[in-house]
Design a protein around this ligand. Structure first.
Ligand code: UDX
Length: 454
């Protein structure tokens, strides 16, 4: 099939590259010339494992352009995957989406085009996109748009850092359309993933347990709500274990054991029960805020989702409180922070707990030294006022420090020579913000070991 993807952010690029790998002819459109140049040269503008390898494998069926006219006409499917950042009131900013829909509408000229909203959009947006497309089409073509296209929703569930894996081996594919032909086209488009009939890339073999992938076909509004409900549920699950974690700290229980004990109940499941500094990233904060705002428009309250957000906000301050409790005074203390990205295997700093924690510590007068194996360059560009706090090496983070906080669970931090580092700290205080280190071992090495639970 001929596919056009508008927007080459995490979602658009992963979608385009994966669909080309699966055998479709894909044109990716992005207005950012620098990005398009990089992609043409086979380089990924984002740090995402396997992205460049898959770009290489799919290159024959993949092109990049800044011009909608190169991709939209004749496409069977057009994905709109532009950014929808949060506005201060919690609503997503839909300017890019409406601009993209307008231009797509002007260029549609195929037999029948399915225009897919891949961006996370407020419930009801597909109808709004439909009307923008319709108007733009009728203005530029001078005829009615009936039967020319339909709008579908195909929410994305990929996780940064494992985005390629998630798009080739998803738990499910959700498509929403009020038009049977829209559902049918998307079913054809994803057939190789649904039936797992493609030959896996050598660097991402198909896991043994992956069988046929279920497709959930719904109306438009349900597909849009599924995306928000999934992210709100996962966010709530993390906040739940963090709330339990704080109680665990008070009663002398071990929250990781509690998480294991409840997660083995098949009704609960073990994933997204890792306690610590809480969630960050581009989705959970934004989507929970948008869900609450949408609900308000219907005079509907969502107290559980509100509470999940509040617990997550507090979780970051818990780190500061723990350090204050231990060191008594933060002013003038040297505190090292390991990890800036909101999670490992990405250089994404959006809503990163680490940046928040660092800023809180600085506002309390602490001297902060920051480190990340990958996100340093991006951090310098995005947080220039903190760039001077970046350490060149891990040694610098520990050297003469009063405490070190592990915030991002990068593999290389798990394998540090902790014994050596205890020796160069002023006080060997370690706050494990991800509950991922061996407490007994660190205590044997002389550390005062703290977590977000106590
Ligand atoms: C998320 C959703 O998982 C994905 O389906 C959606 O489409 C986009 O948002 P992502 O933001 O890439 O993906 O990261 P994810 O792996 O979900 O982690 C989100 C945050 O939660 C990270 O900061 C992570 O460290 C934190 N987290 C995750 C926990 O604190 N505990 C956990 O048990 C799991």
């Amino acid at each position: 099939m001929k596919v056009c993807v508008v927007g080459t952010g995490y979602v658009g690029l992963t979608t385009g590259v994966s669909l080309a790998f699966l055998g479709h002819d894909v044109t990716c459109v992005d207005l950012d010339e620098r990005k398009v140049e990089m992609l043409r040269a086979g380089r990924s503008p984002i740090y995402e494992p396997h992205m460049e390898a898959l770009l290489g494998e799919a290159s024959e069926r993949l092109s990049f352009t800044t011009d909608y006219a190169d991709g939209v006409p004749d496409a069977d499917v057009v994905f709109i995957a532009v950014q929808t950042p949060s506005l201060p009131d919690g609503n997503p900013d839909l300017r890019y989406l409406s601009g993209a829909a307008e231009t797509v509408g002007q260029h549609i000229s195929g037999d029948f085009t399915v225009v897919v909203n891949k961006s996370t959009v407020p419930i009801g947006s597909s109808n709004w996109v439909d009307s923008i497309l319709r108007e733009a089409f009728e203005r530029s073509h001078g005829r009615r748009a009936d039967g020319e296209f339909t709008v579908a929703s195909n929410p994305e569930f990929l996780r940064e850092g494992v985005a390629i894996f998630d798009s080739l081996y998803p738990d499910r594919i959700v498509v929403g359309s009020d038009h049977p032909r829209g559902l049918d086209v998307l079913h054809q488009l994803y057939r190789a993933v649904l039936n797992q009939t493609f030959t896996p890339p050598s660097f991402l073999p198909r896991p043994g347990e992956v069988g046929a992938v279920p497709m959930v076909s719904t109306d438009l509004a349900s597909a849009e709500l599924i995306k928000y409900a999934a992210n709100a549920f996962l966010a709530t699950k993390i906040s739940f274990i963090n709330e339990v974690g704080r109680l665990a700290g008070k009663v002398g229980a071990d929250v990781t054991q509690v998480a294991r004990g409840i997660g083995l109940d098949a009704r609960i499941g073990p994933r997204f029960l890792e306690p610590g500094v809480g969630w960050g990233g581009s989705c959970f904060g934004k989507d929970t805020a948008a869900l609450i705002t949408t609900a308000e428009e219907y005079h509907h309250d969502m107290p559980i989702v509100r509470a999940a957000r509040e617990v997550n906000r507090q979780q970051r301050s818990v780190v500061v409180d723990q350090l204050l409790g231990e060191l008594r005074i933060l002013k003038g203390r040297k505190i090292g922070v390991l990890g800036l990205a909101f999670k490992p295997d990405t250089d994404d700093l959006r809503d990163s707990p680490s940046v928040d924690i660092a800023r809180q510590l600085i506002s309390r007068g602490a001297r902060v030294t920051l480190h990340d194996p990958v996100a340093g360059e991006r951090f310098r560009a995005e947080q220039p006022d903190l760039a001077g706090q970046l350490a060149d090496s891990i040694d610098e983070v520990f050297d003469d420090a009063d405490a070190v906080v592990l915030v991002t669970k990068w593999d290389q931090y798990l394998e540090l020579d902790w014994g050596k580092f205890a020796g160069i700290m002023r006080k060997p205080v370690l706050l494990d913000g991800r509950h991922c280190l061996d407490a007994a071992r660190l205590e044997r090495l002389g550390y005062r070991y703290l977590t977000t639970a106590g």
